[in-house]
Structure formats: C-alpha cells, structure tokens
Design a protein around this ligand. Structure first.
Ligand code: MSP
Length: 508
C-alpha cells in the first residue's frame, strides 16, 4: 500500500485493577483520531495494550493470592474486552509479558549500554510503588509524592541511565519541534522541568523479580517504565527488523494523560537518542476526569466503570459525551445531569430530529424515493451546501491539533445550520403548493445529512452508520473521498420507513 502512514498509541495500562473511565478516555481519543485518519485515506496503525510488570502488579497479585501471570492474564483480558465494548478500532493489543516484548526491551538496554550510557551504582532515595516513580527529597510534599501517593525509602544496587547528559539535546529538540508536546502549556512545563537540571535515572531494581531481566546481570529487573515505553517499538517488531518498524516509526502521536507526560516527553526521547533511534513526532497530554466534582479514587469509592456507563446511557452516547463535554487537554467533570442534557439536547433534538424529520418527509411524500439533487440552487441552498462542502478542511486542522471537542463543535454548527435551513424553507408546507421545490429542499437536506453522517463516523461510529444505512449508502462510499461535493448522493435511492437513531433518555 502506498498510502501515507499514521501510527498512534495509547499508554499501556497497568493491570493491577479493572479499567475505569480514565483508561477508556485515553483510548477513545486515539480511536477517534485513528478512525478519522483511516477515512481520510491514511494507512493507520493504532496500538494499545497492557503494562504488566513491576512492583505494583506483583504486589496486587500477591494480595489476590495468585501468581503474577495468572493475575495479569485475567486483568489484561478485561482491558482487551473493554476495547470491544467501547468499539475501539485498535490494530494491535500488546502485552509486556510477551516474549517478543522481553527481547525488545533487552535489545534496547544492550544498545544503550553498548553506547556507553548506562553505569552500575547504588540508589538510595524515595520510591512510590503506586506511581512506579523515583522521587527526590525536594519533590515530596509533607512526606508524600506530589501525586498524593505514599513513598518508601529504597536502598539497592541499581543501574543508572545518564539522563543528565541529555539535557541540552532535549532542549534543542524541543526548540526545533515546538509542537512535540501539546497543549503548549504542557510543552512549557516540560521545558522548565528539563531546564532546571536532570538527574541520572535509576533504571533497574533488585528487590523483586516480576519483570524483564537486565541482560548480563540477572539480579536486576529493568525499571518498569523503560520496559513499558519500549512497547511502542516492540509492537512494530523493531528487534527482528520487521518492515512495520521501517513503515511506521517514528510514531505520529503518543496520546497520554497529563500524569505520565514526563516519561513520554523527557525519558523516552532521551532513551531513544541514546539508542540512536528516531524520536516520536508528538506527545499529547490530556486532562483528568473528576466524578461529580470529586477526585476519582478507589478509597473514595467513586471510580467510574465505563461498562456501567455504556450500559446505562448507550455506547455512542458515552463516546459523544466524553469528547464533547470537555475541551480536549483540560480536566473535566463527569456528571449524570450533563450526560442526560447532552443526550437529549445534542443527540436527540439536534441530530436525531434533523434526520428523522427529513427522512419522514421523503418517506411520506415521495414514497421513500430520495428526490434528485437539484440542477440549480437558490442562495439559501448554496449557503448550506457550501458550509457542508467546506467542512472537511476545517475538521482536518482540528484533528491534527487534537482539538477533538472542536471537531464535534464544527459538525454541530453544520447540524444547527441545517436545522435552521429546514425551518426556514418549511418543506412540509409545500406538499400541495410546490412539490418540486419541496423535493429540492429535501434533496439538499439529504446531501447535508449524508456529509454529517460521514464526518460523525469517527466519533459515534454505530449511530453514524445507522444514518448512512437508512440512506442506503454503500459501505464503500463512506470515506471522506465521498464527502464535500466530490461526489453527490446517487439517484434512485428508495429508503425504508425511517427510525429514530437517538431516542430521548428518561431517568427511570
Ligand atoms: N502503565 C502506565 C503507562 C505506561 S505507557 C508506556 C500507566 N498506566 S495507568 O493505567 O495508570 O494509566 C493509563 C492512562 O489512564 C494514563 O494516560 C492516565 O492519565 C489515564 N487516567 C487515569 N486516571 C484518569 C482520570 N481520572 N481521568 C483521565 N485519565 C486518567 O500510567
């Protein structure tokens, strides 16, 4: 395939517990971008998976009274099941317990070691198992990690990566690639973190054994973050010179939550530079969800289970809400009230009614046959058609800046214009007076709805396809190539009795 390649990744998720809304959110954002790019003609590789090693997972397995691998098999499966429940279109699901991944981690270690960037020493300092992160004394706030996680004092032999030597190269890289980290405020945070001086990084542990062994020194386990970050290249078969690595690396986008940006925007590029490998093109850090105004935490018992939300409100309703409610990149609050508002107002009223009333008028007044697209357009027709035909260019820009909420906003502007157009034209009043004009208006409306549904596929795939099915659009005519006036609705389409795509939500 000669198509342009696009490689997008989610973080790989810790399997110490079941997936929650935060995990679903990171992957959902990637899914929307991956689907958009595919529809826009890109050859997309979308990777997700599970991060299964480290002290946190080992401790959780012990607590559950099972072996680490039994434990991780079970929880990894839950994350894999979630990809299906949420209708994620990932091309691959990587597990760090795979042998191939182990081999890649060991190879990366060896390359960095052979290049002279790893030395043996002793670590003494603070470690947070919950964050799987080393903290210096001055980072702690009242004796706990800045994330609120407990820390423990650790003293052990450790290999160190010479991170301090990469400070200038990293700063130069950020200077040369100003959109390497988005949003820009996060880029500034990373720059000031690196400018304030980097310490060498402990990259092996000896006090537990659940992980990848350091090549040549089996008492040491590779630090779980070096292990986990390697997934982005091991999934491409870097170790075995697989053509996927050549085709897809460097990645176009690593999507992460704000809490794990430092690992992706500082440590990962430094490891890659030390191994003489190309660096990712972009890391985007999204914000965090709270639940009805409160921080989500297990101890508060307010963790949101994405499966429950999907069962209660519907899959596309949930996907829509998560992406529409919060400017992507900022923190957001989950509330049942806003969810119901969004379903009833945006989905049911604005989008649902637009489709339902247009198709019903065609069904009742034209025996279901969609009237032909008119030869001559009025000013009003031209206005709405131009809006629709010029939307794709705007959407592309928003997707490439990861402004996912603005993608939705733009599509809803078109929906709102379309609703105004149909209200203004009042085709229902023309049934007896001017059936030809009524047909023209409905043809224009159908054409706009066809475009809207094509553009909605990345966000609410099932529902968008229901609309396209009702319009009898063949499956191979649903890509962006078939939108925006390059193509118009075919002639001689007869629809069935229309059904509403988004029923209103009533609290039971
Ligand atoms: N295993 C590491 C990532 C390794 S990537 C090489 C990890 N896993 S995690 O399971 O703890 O978190 C994965 C993602 O979930 C992160 O992007 C994190 O930001 C996101 N979220 C966890 N809680 C969240 C919210 N409450 N809200 C939004 N996203 C949050 O970190």
């Amino acid at each position: 395939m000669g198509n342009k390649k696009f490689y997008i990744t989610t973080p790989i998720y810790y399997v110490n517990d079941n997936p929650h809304i935060g995990h679903a959110y990171t992957s959902l954002a990637c899914d929307v971008i991956a689907r958009f790019k595919r529809l826009d003609g890109f050859d997309v590789l979308f990777l997700t998976g599970t991060d299964e090693h480290g002290q946190k997972v080992q401790t959780a397995a012990k607590k559950a009274g099972v072996s680490p691998i039994e434990f991780t098999d079970k929880f990894s499966k839950n994350f894999e099941d979630l990809t299906k429940i949420m209708n994620f279109s990932n091309s691959n699901f990587i597990r760090t317990t795979n042998l191939i991944h182990h081999e890649n981690v060991q190879k990366l270690w060896k390359v960095i070691y052979d290049n002279g960037h790893i030395t043996l020493g002793n670590y003494s300092g603070w470690y947070s198992v919950r964050d799987e992160t080393f903290y210096s004394e001055d980072e702690l706030i009242n004796g706990i990690a800045p994330t609120g996680a407990p820390v423990e004092w650790v003293e052990e032999p450790s290999y160190f990566f010479n991170l301090s030597k990469w400070q200038d190269k990293l700063l130069k890289f950020y200077e040369d690639n100003p959109t390497f980290v988005l949003p820009f405020s996060r880029m500034n945070e990373i720059k000031s973190f690196v400018s304030s001086g980097l310490k060498d990084l402990s990259i092996s542990r000896t006090t537990f054994d659940w992980g990848v062994k350091v090549p040549g020194d089996e008492n040491h386990i590779v630090y779980v973050w070096l292990d986990a970050l390697t997934n982005y290249i091991s999934a491409l078969g870097w170790n075995s010179n697989n053509v996927d690595f050549e085709n897809y690396w460097p990645s176009d986008l690593h999507m992460v939550g704000k809490d794990i940006l430092r690992f992706h925007a500082v440590y990962w590029p430094a490891f890659l530079m030390a191994a003489n490998l190309p660096l990712p093109k972009k890391v985007f850090a999204h914000g965090w969800w709270t639940n009805e105004g409160k921080k989500i935490s297990k101890s508060l018992g307010n963790v949101i289970d994405p499966i429950e939300i999907v069962e209660k409100y519907g899959l596309d309703q949930t996907r829509y809400f998560l992406l529409r409610e919060v400017p992507f990149g900022r923190d957001g609050d989950f509330s049942n009230f806003s969810m119901i508002q969004r379903i009833n107002s945006d989905l049911s009223n604005d989008l649902g009614n637009l489709c339902q009333r247009t198709l019903s008028l065609i069904f009742k007044n034209f025996d279901g046959k969609i009237p032909d697209y008119p030869q001559n357009l009025t000013n009003d027709d031209n206005k709405i058609i131009n809006f629709s035909d010029t939307l794709l260019e705007k959407l592309r820009i928003k997707i490439d800046n990861q402004e996912l909420h603005l993608v939705i906003q733009l599509i809803w502007e078109l929906i709102s214009e379309a609703n105004k157009y149909i209200d203004g034209q009042a085709p229902w009043s023309l049934a007896n007076k001017n059936k030809d004009r009524m047909g023209e208006i409905l043809a224009i409306m159908t054409e706009v709805i066809r475009n809207i549904a094509i553009f909605l596929q990345p966000i609410i795939p099932e529902s968008a396809n229901k609309i396209l099915n009702q319009l009898k659009i063949p499956n191979n005519e649903r890509t962006f190539n078939f939108s925006c006036g390059k193509y118009r609705l075919s002639k001689n389409i007869t629809i069935e009795k229309p059904y509403p795509v988004f029923p209103r939500y009533f609290e039971t």
